[in-house]
Design a protein around this ligand. Sequence first.
Ligand code: PLP
Length: 426
Amino acid sequence: PTRADITYFGAGPAALPTDVLETAAQALLDFQGTGLGIAEHSHRSELATNIINEAKADLASYLDIPAAEYEVIFMQAGGTGEFAASVYNLVGAWVARQHAAVLKELGSAADEGAVTAALRARVETGLKLDYIVTGGWSLKAYQEAVRLLGPEYVNLAADARAINDGKFGKIPDQSTWKLSNDAALVYYCDNETVDGVEFPEFPAVLAPRPDGTGPVVVADMSSNILSRRVPVSNYSLLFFGAQKNLGCTGVTVAVAKKTLLPPVTTQPAPALMRKLGLPIPPIMLQYETIAKNNSLYNTLSIFDVYIAGQVLKKLLKTYPDKVDGQQAVAEKKASIIYGALEAHPDVYRIVPDKAVRSRMNICFRVTKNGNVDDTEKAFLKEATSQGLTGLKGHRSVGGIRASNYNSIPLEGAEKLARFIEAFAKA
Ligand code: PLP
C-alpha cells in the first residue's frame, strides 16, 4: 500500500500530516537553501533559536497559554521522564517554600542545625504527593513517585479500579478523593491512552480558590493535547510527549508556572536535600535550568521541534478560532465512531463508562457467537485489508483501540464507522 491508502489509528507514534512530512523531508536535505539539513545545523545557531521561539509562540497562541506566567520548555525526557521530573521539581519547590517559612519562624540568625531539624520535621509530617489513578499511565506515574521518594510520601488519593471490579474504565467521584493538605502536587492523567478514559473537564475540586491560592495541579496531557481548550491557569505543570498530536517522537513539552521555578540559587541546595533524604533532579530534568537556557541547556533535537512547529502552523492556518476549531472536529469524529459502535450493542462493547470515554482513544471489544478472540482477530484482519490500520488494543488490556488523534481526517473516522457497521452486519 501507499500512504494514501492507509488511515493509521495507532496510539503513538501517530500519523503525521503528509504535507508536513514532505516539507520536513526537504528540510532534512537542505534547510532553506543553506546547503545543510535541519538535523545537521547547530542547535546553537540562530536558525535553531528561531525554530524554538516560533514553536513556543505558536503553541502559546494556539492554546492561549499566558506567556508572562508560564514557561514552555522542550525536553527529551518522554512522558516517562516527566513522571520523574514532576516529582523532583515540585518536591524541590515544596521544600523551598517550607525552608522560607522556617527561616521566617526561627529568624534569619537561627543556626543551621535548628533550621534543618525544623525542616526535617515538616518533611516528615507534611510532605505528600497526591495521585489520582485512572488508568495505566497515571498508575505508572504514581509508581515512579513511590520508587523515587518512598511510599510514605506518596498518597493514592483515588484509585479508579476500586469502583470497577479491579479494572480501569471509570473516574471516582471527586467527593471521594482523599486529597492531602498542602500537597507538593496533585497529579492526574487527562487522557488515559491505554484505557480510553478521559477527564470530561478540569476537575472542579482542584480549581484555584478565589484568592488565587489552590492545589499544585500537574496533568499528563500526552494523548489529548491540542484537541480541546485547556484552562492553563489552573495548572502548575502540564506536560506531553509530541508523538501523538504534536509531532514526532523525540521531544517532550513541559508548560510550567514561573512562580514554581525560582532562580536555581533559591532552590534548596543539593546538600540540604540530601540531609532531608530527598532526591534532587538530574540537571537535564531541572525545569528552571532548561527554561533559563531557552530549552538549550544541552543538545536538543531541532528537527523534532521543527516538525512540531510545522504541525502548529498548519493547525493555526486551518482553524482561525484555534484549538476550539480542532475541538469541534475531534468531538464530531469521536461521536461518529462511538455512534457506529453503539448501533450494534450485540457485537460491540465500549470498554469505559460513557461519562468518561475518550475522544482520542476509543477502546472496545468485539464479539460474535460468544467468541471475542477470533472475532477481534477477524475484525483487525479485515480492517487492515481495507487500509484501516493500527487498531490493535494495548498489549496489557487487549481488545480494539482506535486512536482518533488530530491527524485522522473526518473522512478517516467516517471510513472506520462504515467498516464498524459493515463488520457487524456481515
Ligand atoms: N503518558 C501518556 C498518557 C502516554 O500515552 C504515554 C505513552 O504512550 C506516556 C505518558 C509515556 O510516554 P513516553 O513513551 O514518551 O515516555
